[in-house]
Design a protein around this ligand. Structure first.
Ligand code: C5P
Length: 318
Protein backbone atom coordinates (compact mmCIF):
# COMPACT_ATOMS: atom_id res chain seq x y z
CA UNK A 1 0.00 0.00 0.00
CA UNK A 2 2.76 2.38 1.12
CA UNK A 3 4.74 1.37 -1.94
CA UNK A 4 1.83 2.02 -4.25
CA UNK A 5 1.41 5.53 -2.80
CA UNK A 6 5.15 6.20 -3.30
CA UNK A 7 4.78 5.02 -6.89
CA UNK A 8 1.94 7.48 -7.43
CA UNK A 9 4.03 10.35 -6.07
CA UNK A 10 7.03 9.42 -8.26
CA UNK A 11 4.81 9.25 -11.31
CA UNK A 12 3.81 12.90 -11.05
CA UNK A 13 7.37 14.26 -10.63
CA UNK A 14 9.07 13.90 -14.02
CA UNK A 15 12.82 13.21 -14.05
CA UNK A 16 15.24 16.05 -14.85
CA UNK A 17 16.01 16.59 -18.53
CA UNK A 18 19.43 17.54 -19.90
CA UNK A 19 20.09 19.12 -23.27
CA UNK A 20 23.45 19.84 -24.93
CA UNK A 21 23.55 22.97 -27.04
CA UNK A 22 26.23 24.33 -29.39
CA UNK A 23 28.10 27.61 -29.62
CA UNK A 24 28.30 29.43 -32.95
CA UNK A 25 30.65 31.47 -35.00
CA UNK A 26 29.73 33.73 -37.87
CA UNK A 27 31.72 32.59 -40.87
CA UNK A 28 30.30 35.66 -42.63
CA UNK A 29 28.61 38.62 -40.94
CA UNK A 30 27.42 41.53 -43.02
CA UNK A 31 25.83 44.32 -40.95
CA UNK A 32 23.40 46.54 -42.84
CA UNK A 33 21.35 49.53 -41.78
CA UNK A 34 20.20 50.35 -38.27
CA UNK A 35 16.43 49.71 -38.17
CA UNK A 36 13.79 51.71 -36.32
CA UNK A 37 13.56 48.94 -33.68
CA UNK A 38 17.23 49.43 -32.71
CA UNK A 39 18.46 46.28 -34.47
CA UNK A 40 20.62 46.13 -37.57
CA UNK A 41 19.61 44.29 -40.70
CA UNK A 42 22.01 41.32 -41.04
CA UNK A 43 23.12 38.79 -43.58
CA UNK A 44 25.12 36.18 -41.77
CA UNK A 45 26.31 32.60 -42.17
CA UNK A 46 26.33 30.76 -38.86
CA UNK A 47 28.20 27.58 -38.11
CA UNK A 48 27.45 25.67 -34.89
CA UNK A 49 30.56 24.39 -33.10
CA UNK A 50 31.31 21.43 -30.83
CA UNK A 51 32.08 23.77 -27.91
CA UNK A 52 28.85 23.29 -25.93
CA UNK A 53 26.86 24.13 -22.81
CA UNK A 54 24.64 21.64 -20.97
CA UNK A 55 21.28 22.72 -19.64
CA UNK A 56 19.37 20.63 -17.08
CA UNK A 57 15.80 21.48 -16.10
CA UNK A 58 14.04 19.91 -13.13
CA UNK A 59 10.80 20.42 -11.29
CA UNK A 60 11.68 22.17 -8.01
CA UNK A 61 10.00 23.83 -5.09
CA UNK A 62 12.60 26.62 -5.32
CA UNK A 63 12.65 27.90 -8.90
CA UNK A 64 15.81 29.58 -10.17
CA UNK A 65 19.05 29.28 -12.12
CA UNK A 66 22.44 27.78 -11.12
CA UNK A 67 25.59 28.26 -13.19
CA UNK A 68 28.78 26.18 -13.18
CA UNK A 69 31.94 26.18 -15.29
CA UNK A 70 33.49 28.64 -17.72
CA UNK A 71 32.89 32.22 -16.49
CA UNK A 72 30.27 31.11 -13.93
CA UNK A 73 30.77 34.17 -11.72
CA UNK A 74 29.87 36.63 -14.46
CA UNK A 75 26.55 34.97 -15.36
CA UNK A 76 23.50 36.39 -13.54
CA UNK A 77 21.31 33.87 -11.72
CA UNK A 78 18.32 36.19 -11.34
CA UNK A 79 15.39 36.88 -13.63
CA UNK A 80 17.65 38.61 -16.17
CA UNK A 81 19.36 35.33 -17.11
CA UNK A 82 18.26 34.52 -20.66
CA UNK A 83 17.63 30.88 -19.67
CA UNK A 84 15.17 32.05 -17.02
CA UNK A 85 13.55 34.38 -19.52
CA UNK A 86 13.16 31.31 -21.75
CA UNK A 87 11.31 29.52 -18.93
CA UNK A 88 8.94 32.47 -18.56
CA UNK A 89 8.46 32.89 -22.31
CA UNK A 90 7.62 29.22 -22.91
CA UNK A 91 5.36 29.10 -19.84
CA UNK A 92 3.47 32.15 -21.15
CA UNK A 93 3.29 30.60 -24.64
CA UNK A 94 1.58 27.45 -23.34
CA UNK A 95 -0.47 29.21 -20.65
CA UNK A 96 1.41 27.81 -17.66
CA UNK A 97 1.50 30.12 -14.67
CA UNK A 98 4.20 30.17 -11.99
CA UNK A 99 6.63 27.59 -13.49
CA UNK A 100 8.30 25.63 -10.68
CA UNK A 101 11.53 24.84 -12.49
CA UNK A 102 15.20 24.87 -11.61
CA UNK A 103 17.64 25.43 -14.49
CA UNK A 104 21.24 24.25 -14.11
CA UNK A 105 23.72 25.60 -16.68
CA UNK A 106 27.08 23.88 -17.18
CA UNK A 107 29.08 26.35 -19.24
CA UNK A 108 31.69 25.37 -21.80
CA UNK A 109 30.96 28.37 -24.05
CA UNK A 110 32.79 31.58 -23.10
CA UNK A 111 30.52 34.16 -21.45
CA UNK A 112 29.94 37.37 -23.48
CA UNK A 113 32.49 36.00 -25.94
CA UNK A 114 30.64 36.47 -29.22
CA UNK A 115 29.79 32.76 -29.44
CA UNK A 116 26.12 33.06 -28.38
CA UNK A 117 26.53 31.24 -25.05
CA UNK A 118 23.54 32.97 -23.45
CA UNK A 119 21.44 32.27 -26.54
CA UNK A 120 22.52 28.62 -26.40
CA UNK A 121 21.33 28.38 -22.79
CA UNK A 122 17.96 29.86 -23.73
CA UNK A 123 17.57 27.46 -26.66
CA UNK A 124 18.61 24.49 -24.49
CA UNK A 125 16.10 25.51 -21.84
CA UNK A 126 13.27 25.69 -24.38
CA UNK A 127 14.04 22.22 -25.75
CA UNK A 128 14.50 20.68 -22.28
CA UNK A 129 11.20 22.13 -21.09
CA UNK A 130 9.27 20.62 -24.00
CA UNK A 131 10.24 17.22 -22.56
CA UNK A 132 9.83 18.13 -18.89
CA UNK A 133 6.36 19.54 -19.53
CA UNK A 134 5.50 16.97 -22.24
CA UNK A 135 4.63 19.66 -24.76
CA UNK A 136 3.61 18.85 -28.32
CA UNK A 137 5.68 21.65 -29.83
CA UNK A 138 7.90 21.37 -32.91
CA UNK A 139 11.20 23.21 -33.46
CA UNK A 140 9.58 25.76 -35.78
CA UNK A 141 7.05 26.82 -33.13
CA UNK A 142 9.85 26.89 -30.52
CA UNK A 143 11.86 29.09 -32.91
CA UNK A 144 9.11 31.73 -32.76
CA UNK A 145 9.41 31.85 -28.96
CA UNK A 146 13.22 31.75 -29.33
CA UNK A 147 13.32 34.74 -31.71
CA UNK A 148 11.62 36.93 -29.10
CA UNK A 149 14.40 36.10 -26.62
CA UNK A 150 17.34 37.06 -28.86
CA UNK A 151 18.54 37.17 -32.44
CA UNK A 152 20.84 34.12 -32.08
CA UNK A 153 18.49 31.87 -30.07
CA UNK A 154 16.70 30.24 -33.06
CA UNK A 155 20.01 29.19 -34.63
CA UNK A 156 21.08 27.40 -31.44
CA UNK A 157 17.89 25.30 -31.74
CA UNK A 158 18.76 24.07 -35.24
CA UNK A 159 22.58 24.15 -35.27
CA UNK A 160 24.41 23.01 -38.40
CA UNK A 161 25.26 25.76 -40.84
CA UNK A 162 22.65 28.35 -41.81
CA UNK A 163 22.11 31.64 -43.55
CA UNK A 164 20.53 34.16 -41.18
CA UNK A 165 18.72 37.31 -42.30
CA UNK A 166 16.54 39.92 -40.60
CA UNK A 167 18.07 40.35 -37.14
CA UNK A 168 19.75 36.99 -37.74
CA UNK A 169 16.66 35.06 -36.61
CA UNK A 170 15.32 34.10 -40.06
CA UNK A 171 17.18 30.95 -41.01
CA UNK A 172 17.74 28.84 -44.09
CA UNK A 173 20.00 25.76 -43.84
CA UNK A 174 23.26 25.89 -45.80
CA UNK A 175 24.96 22.77 -47.14
CA UNK A 176 28.32 22.36 -45.42
CA UNK A 177 30.26 19.35 -46.61
CA UNK A 178 32.91 17.80 -44.39
CA UNK A 179 34.01 19.00 -41.00
CA UNK A 180 35.81 22.30 -40.49
CA UNK A 181 38.39 22.55 -37.69
CA UNK A 182 38.64 25.69 -35.59
CA UNK A 183 40.83 27.06 -32.82
CA UNK A 184 39.22 29.58 -30.50
CA UNK A 185 41.23 32.17 -28.59
CA UNK A 186 39.26 33.24 -25.51
CA UNK A 187 40.02 36.71 -24.18
CA UNK A 188 39.94 38.14 -20.65
CA UNK A 189 36.38 39.29 -19.95
CA UNK A 190 33.62 39.79 -22.51
CA UNK A 191 32.38 42.50 -24.83
CA UNK A 192 28.85 43.85 -24.71
CA UNK A 193 27.07 43.15 -28.02
CA UNK A 194 25.07 46.43 -28.07
CA UNK A 195 28.28 48.34 -27.37
CA UNK A 196 30.05 46.71 -30.33
CA UNK A 197 27.13 47.53 -32.66
CA UNK A 198 27.17 51.15 -31.39
CA UNK A 199 30.91 51.32 -32.03
CA UNK A 200 30.34 50.12 -35.61
CA UNK A 201 27.70 52.85 -36.10
CA UNK A 202 30.21 55.39 -34.75
CA UNK A 203 32.98 54.16 -37.05
CA UNK A 204 30.60 54.29 -40.01
CA UNK A 205 29.55 57.86 -39.18
CA UNK A 206 33.18 58.89 -38.90
CA UNK A 207 34.23 57.32 -42.20
CA UNK A 208 33.66 54.30 -44.32
CA UNK A 209 35.19 51.16 -42.81
CA UNK A 210 35.29 48.52 -45.56
CA UNK A 211 32.33 46.17 -45.62
CA UNK A 212 32.41 42.42 -46.21
CA UNK A 213 31.26 41.29 -49.65
CA UNK A 214 28.41 38.99 -50.63
CA UNK A 215 27.66 35.79 -48.76
CA UNK A 216 27.32 33.78 -51.99
CA UNK A 217 31.01 32.73 -52.35
CA UNK A 218 31.02 31.74 -48.65
CA UNK A 219 28.06 29.45 -49.23
CA UNK A 220 29.89 27.89 -52.20
CA UNK A 221 33.06 27.37 -50.16
CA UNK A 222 31.08 25.64 -47.40
CA UNK A 223 29.50 23.34 -49.97
CA UNK A 224 32.93 22.53 -51.43
CA UNK A 225 34.19 21.55 -47.97
CA UNK A 226 37.60 23.08 -48.77
CA UNK A 227 38.93 24.99 -45.74
CA UNK A 228 41.48 26.85 -47.90
CA UNK A 229 38.68 28.25 -50.05
CA UNK A 230 36.62 29.22 -46.98
CA UNK A 231 39.64 30.79 -45.27
CA UNK A 232 39.95 33.39 -48.06
CA UNK A 233 36.35 34.46 -47.49
CA UNK A 234 35.96 34.76 -43.69
CA UNK A 235 34.52 38.22 -43.02
CA UNK A 236 32.82 40.06 -40.17
CA UNK A 237 31.69 43.70 -40.25
CA UNK A 238 31.76 43.76 -36.44
CA UNK A 239 35.46 42.94 -36.37
CA UNK A 240 36.60 46.56 -36.88
CA UNK A 241 34.34 47.66 -34.01
CA UNK A 242 35.50 44.88 -31.67
CA UNK A 243 39.15 45.64 -32.46
CA UNK A 244 38.52 49.37 -31.93
CA UNK A 245 37.19 48.61 -28.42
CA UNK A 246 39.82 45.91 -27.71
CA UNK A 247 42.96 46.80 -29.74
CA UNK A 248 44.85 43.77 -28.39
CA UNK A 249 42.68 41.55 -30.64
CA UNK A 250 44.77 42.67 -33.60
CA UNK A 251 47.75 40.90 -32.02
CA UNK A 252 45.67 37.79 -31.28
CA UNK A 253 44.48 37.61 -34.89
CA UNK A 254 48.05 37.90 -36.17
CA UNK A 255 49.32 35.31 -33.70
CA UNK A 256 46.79 32.69 -34.85
CA UNK A 257 47.88 33.01 -38.48
CA UNK A 258 51.55 33.02 -37.45
CA UNK A 259 50.84 29.80 -35.53
CA UNK A 260 49.74 28.13 -38.76
CA UNK A 261 45.98 28.81 -39.04
CA UNK A 262 44.63 29.43 -42.55
CA UNK A 263 42.79 32.57 -41.42
CA UNK A 264 41.25 34.18 -38.34
CA UNK A 265 38.20 36.27 -37.58
CA UNK A 266 36.58 37.85 -34.56
CA UNK A 267 33.61 35.66 -33.66
CA UNK A 268 30.35 37.66 -33.75
CA UNK A 269 30.76 40.74 -31.58
CA UNK A 270 33.93 39.31 -29.96
CA UNK A 271 36.20 39.21 -28.17
CA UNK A 272 36.71 35.48 -28.98
CA UNK A 273 38.80 35.01 -32.13
CA UNK A 274 38.17 31.95 -34.33
CA UNK A 275 40.91 30.44 -36.51
CA UNK A 276 40.19 28.08 -39.36
CA UNK A 277 42.74 25.26 -39.72
CA UNK A 278 43.42 22.70 -42.46
CA UNK A 279 42.55 19.65 -40.34
CA UNK A 280 42.19 18.31 -36.78
CA UNK A 281 45.95 17.78 -36.33
CA UNK A 282 46.79 21.28 -37.51
CA UNK A 283 44.16 22.70 -35.14
CA UNK A 284 45.87 20.97 -32.19
CA UNK A 285 49.24 22.37 -33.25
CA UNK A 286 47.89 25.90 -33.75
CA UNK A 287 46.13 25.74 -30.37
CA UNK A 288 49.35 24.65 -28.61
CA UNK A 289 51.38 27.41 -30.20
CA UNK A 290 48.73 30.08 -29.63
CA UNK A 291 48.43 29.06 -25.98
CA UNK A 292 52.14 29.75 -25.56
CA UNK A 293 52.07 33.09 -27.39
CA UNK A 294 50.60 34.98 -24.44
CA UNK A 295 47.97 36.78 -26.52
CA UNK A 296 44.81 35.31 -24.98
CA UNK A 297 43.43 33.88 -21.74
CA UNK A 298 43.03 30.34 -23.02
CA UNK A 299 42.43 28.37 -26.20
CA UNK A 300 39.93 25.72 -27.29
CA UNK A 301 39.75 23.40 -30.26
CA UNK A 302 36.35 22.80 -31.84
CA UNK A 303 34.80 21.51 -35.04
CA UNK A 304 31.70 22.34 -36.99
CA UNK A 305 29.04 22.00 -38.08
CA UNK A 306 27.65 20.66 -34.77
CA UNK A 307 24.01 19.68 -34.23
CA UNK A 308 21.50 22.00 -32.55
CA UNK A 309 20.08 21.58 -29.04
CA UNK A 310 19.69 17.84 -28.35
CA UNK A 311 18.77 15.61 -25.43
CA UNK A 312 21.52 13.82 -23.55
CA UNK A 313 19.56 12.23 -20.70
CA UNK A 314 16.13 11.88 -19.13
CA UNK A 315 13.20 9.60 -19.90
CA UNK A 316 11.95 11.75 -22.74
CA UNK A 317 14.89 11.41 -25.09
CA UNK A 318 13.53 12.36 -28.51
O1 C5P B 1 19.11 39.96 -30.12
P1 C5P B 1 20.17 40.14 -29.08
O2 C5P B 1 19.61 40.23 -27.70
O3 C5P B 1 21.30 39.17 -29.19
O4 C5P B 1 20.81 41.56 -29.38
C1 C5P B 1 21.61 42.23 -28.45
C2 C5P B 1 21.87 43.63 -28.97
O5 C5P B 1 22.73 43.58 -30.13
C3 C5P B 1 20.65 44.39 -29.45
O6 C5P B 1 20.00 45.05 -28.39
C4 C5P B 1 21.24 45.37 -30.45
O7 C5P B 1 21.84 46.47 -29.77
C5 C5P B 1 22.36 44.56 -31.07
N1 C5P B 1 21.93 43.89 -32.31
C6 C5P B 1 21.73 44.67 -33.44
N2 C5P B 1 21.31 44.05 -34.60
C7 C5P B 1 21.12 42.72 -34.65
C8 C5P B 1 21.33 41.91 -33.51
C9 C5P B 1 21.74 42.54 -32.34
O8 C5P B 1 21.91 45.88 -33.42
N3 C5P B 1 20.72 42.18 -35.80
Amino acid sequence: MGQRRLGAVLAVVPPPVTVRVPSKINVHLSVGDLRDDGFHELTTVFQALSLTDEVTVAVAEEPGVEVYGEGERSVPTDGTNLAWRAVEALAAHVGKSDPKVRVVLRKGIPVAGGMAGGSADAAGTLVALTALWKLEIGRDELAEVAAKLGSDVPFALYGGTALGTGRGEQLVPVLSRHTFHWVLALDEGGLSTPRVYRELDRLREAGKPPRVGSHAPVVEALASGDPRQLALLLGNDLQAAAVSLRPGLRRTLRAGVNAGALAGTVSGSGPTCAFLCTDAQSALEVAAELAGAGVCRTVRVAHGPAPGARFVSGDDVH
